[in-house]
Design a protein around this ligand. Structure first.
Ligand code: 2FM
Ligand code: ZN
Length: 679
């Protein structure tokens, strides 16, 4: 019986576009593992989808001036296409607003309730008098009760990954308005996680997972308390109880169940609605969750506890390979700060496999790692092109020109040949182990080490000399035969990371089959067939030039705020004014809620700005310098008492302050809430 794997990658929130930082941690390693296991002949189901409920969504949709549904519809499509562009092999990419998700989540809740794990309690919760509503999770900001980080969110700390109740935060404030919060009673439903302590402890003790994953899980288990799993909101899975309108289940309760409902959707789509049970209810299935380190507690403690409380015998995770973070030139990727890679431009210049290889060879498996343009260039040029591409190209071109493009027969081996063949065998075995243990980075090293060894062998054997001496024909055939056999090994090792290039090389070797439908061990053990005609060699990777990398680095730095440029054409100063003149100005902090281009104008943007007391529509002539969406959420300085005026037919009720004219920089306010006076 083949091994059965149910592989998941964390469901990304559909509240913004994904970037390479996300891909390197929880997604590419999952795809490589799924592709490897399929090639090994395992029965694999690879599941993902968009996480569409909760305050991460409502908060971003509020800021963008959209409904939550509009927001998730936009980003579900964008992210799904991004995965497609990166050649991901999900068997299903669902979304938690899929109709089958709600009943699945509600059944989870009802089972837990029937089994005595749910408690209703009236307790104090954080309430904003100003906004007249209870605030939770990301609507609240404060100091982390564990590490003291002062911008911790209401449910989890982005710095130390602690997860807690919003009322545990010190100095809680409204994220949107900055106003203080009071405690006010409200009734909510609590999951008695404390009741699962022993069972979770016994279960996790038997696991041989990554150390950091085990340690964090154990720390959580030690300290398990009942936790509120409902929220006051109209965006989420409704609480399935009578008279509870306006209460929904917490997003971290519904999201992991999304793995199950995505599998149900997969089963429905293929016309076998019960097929999801073959995975989720079969104890021999190995459930592997690929996640980022910030998601460890939910996948190793809270979701397993929820499963333990079910009447349906769902499987528990077999392993949780959590990765660290992936940065961009030393800082977190952030589109709103201008610190990002323009993906449209990226894919015009570079290939999917170049980025897959780069992210795989730099995967943040044991420590944070980063994208740097220079390193990207170095790896693409020195490794993909210089080692792998070069060896494949020289071997195929030589075969075409000197052996009528046919795989030669090997009749005898000398010590070097045998050594080379055993290097191939060893590399395949090591790659097998690396992929089986979720070590994509190591697999990519093994790939390049073998390509390098192959180049050395080619150089030592000098086939260009052998070909000139007819008495050494057999030797020549052995050398080329070994090199072509090595290409086959390289293809196998490369496939999980750079699948389309691997398929292409497989085709160049003269095969008509599709690699993805074949079997790792069979390919490994079957020599490339004697006399098989290879296809016309072609260049596999393009060289990345220094100038284009310099251009990318300059573009990145330009996107970032501070620019220390000397201004040689300084305008002369205006006439002096008195303090009274200054006093006339009413300058306020305003938060940009939405920004869009005004049609038919190159320069004008229409902004909706919250100035604390009211919302204003402001037309700003900055459209040539900034991307409209990068402004959303930013706090700027607004001239609040400027007489309204019409610009290209659109009313402007104020003005925002910017520096510069040919090139601009916008001063942003970080901490103070909208409405604060600027003087
Ligand atoms: O951190 C996140 O992006 C979450 N949306 C991950 C959810 S994983 C799973 F539980 F769905
Ligand atoms: Zn913290």
């Amino acid at each position: 019986m083949p091994e059965k794997y149910l592989i998941t990658s964390a469901l990304p929130y559909a509240n913004g576009p994904l970037h390479f930082g996300h891909i390197a941690g929880a997604y590419l390693p999952g795809d490589c593992f799924a592709r490897f296991q399929r090639l090994k002949g395992s029965d694999v189901l690879f599941i993902c989808g968009s996480d569409e409920y909760g305050v991460a969504i409502t908060m971003s949709s509020d800021l963008a001036g959209r409904t939550p549904k509009q927001q998730v519809d936009i980003f579900h499509e964008i992210n799904k296409n991004f995965f497609k562009q990166l050649n991901f092999s999900f068997d299903n990419y669902s979304r938690t607003t899929w109709s089958g998700h709600i009943p699945t989540v509600q059944d989870f809740f009802l089972d837990l309730k029937d089994n005595g794990y749910i408690e209703e309690k009236t307790e104090n919760h954080l309430f904003s008098v100003k906004e007249n509503k209870f605030l939770a999770d990301r609507y609240v900001i404060g100091t982390c009760p564990k590490c003291g980080f002062d911008k911790a969110r209401g449910d989890e700390c982005p710095k130390c990954a602690a997860s807690y109740e919003a009322t545990d935060l010190k100095n809680p404030k409204s994220k949107l308005t900055g106003s203080d919060l009071i405690l006010k009673p409200s009734n909510h439903w609590y999951l008695r996680f404390d009741k699962f302590k022993e069972k979770l402890s016994d279960w996790i003790d038997k696991k041989n997972w990554k150390k950091n994953v085990i340690n964090l899980a154990k720390e959580y288990i030690k300290d398990l308390k009942p936790r509120a799993i409902t929220r006051d909101s109209d965006w989420g899975v409704p609480l399935p109880l009578k008279g509870c309108e306006g209460k929904v289940l917490y997003v971290w309760f519904d999201a992991p169940i999304g793995y199950i409902s995505s599998t149900k959707e997969w089963a429905e789509k293929r016309g076998t609605p019960n097929a999801w049970k073959d995975y989720w209810l079969d104890p021999t299935t190995k459930l592997i969750h690929f996640i980022g380190k910030d998601n460890i507690p939910f996948h190793t403690v809270f979701f397993p506890a929820m499963i333990m409380g079910q009447n349906v015998p769902y499987i528990l995770p077999y392993d949780v390979p959590a990765n660290e973070f992936f940065l961009l030139e030393g800082r977190q990727f952030s589109k709103s700060d201008g610190w990002y890679i323009d993906l449209e431009d990226f894919f015009k210049r570079y290939s999917t496999d170049q980025i897959r290889y780069y992210l795989g060879s730099n995967a943040p498996e044991t420590a944070d790692s980063e994208f740097t343009w220079k390193d990207f260039q170095a790896r693409c040029n020195a490794e993909l092109l210089g080692k792998l591409g070069n060896f494949i190209n020289r071997t195929l071109v030589f075969t075409k020109n000197n052996l009528e493009g046919k795989i030669p027969e090997i009749k005898s081996y000398d010590g070097d040949d045998k050594n080379f063949l055993s290097q191939m065998k060893e590399a395949i075995q090591k790659a097998d182990d690396a992929y089986s243990n979720f070590q994509v980075r190591k697999a990519s090293q093994i790939l390049m080490e073998l390509a390098q060894a192959a180049n050395v062998y080619f150089d030592i054997k000098k086939p260009w000399v052998l070909v000139k001496d007819p008495s050494r024909k057999e030797e020549l055939h052995t050398v080329l035969g070994c090199c072509l056999e090595c290409i086959k090994h390289l293809v196998l090792i490369a496939y999980p990371i750079i699948p389309s290039t691997a398929e292409e090389i497989w085709h160049l070797l003269g095969y008509n089959s599709k690699l993805e439908q074949l079997n790792w061990d069979k390919i490994k053990d079957t020599p490339v067939p004697f006399n098989q005609k290879i296809n016309e060699p072609k260049i596999l990777f393009r060289k990345i030039e220094d100038e284009e990398i310099a251009e990318q680095i300059a573009k990145l730095k330009k996107g970032l705020a501070p620019k220390d440029k000397k201004n040689d054409k300084v305008d002369s100063l205006k006439e002096q004014i008195s303090f009274d003149d200054i006093e006339k100005l009413d300058l306020r902090v305003g938060q940009i809620l939405s920004a869009e281009k005004i049609e038919k104008s190159k320069k004008l943007l229409k902004l909706k700005v919250d100035i604390g007391l009211e919302e204003r529509q402001i037309v700003a002539g900055i459209g040539e310098f900034v991307q409209a969406e990068s402004l959303v959420g930013k706090k700027v300085i607004v001239v609040a008492n400027l007489k309204p005026a019409k610009l290209m037919g659109t009313e402007s009720q104020g003005m925002i302050l910017v520096a510069g004219d040919k090139e601009i920089e916008i001063p942003y306010i970080k901490e103070l809430p909208p409405g604060s006076i600027v003087s």
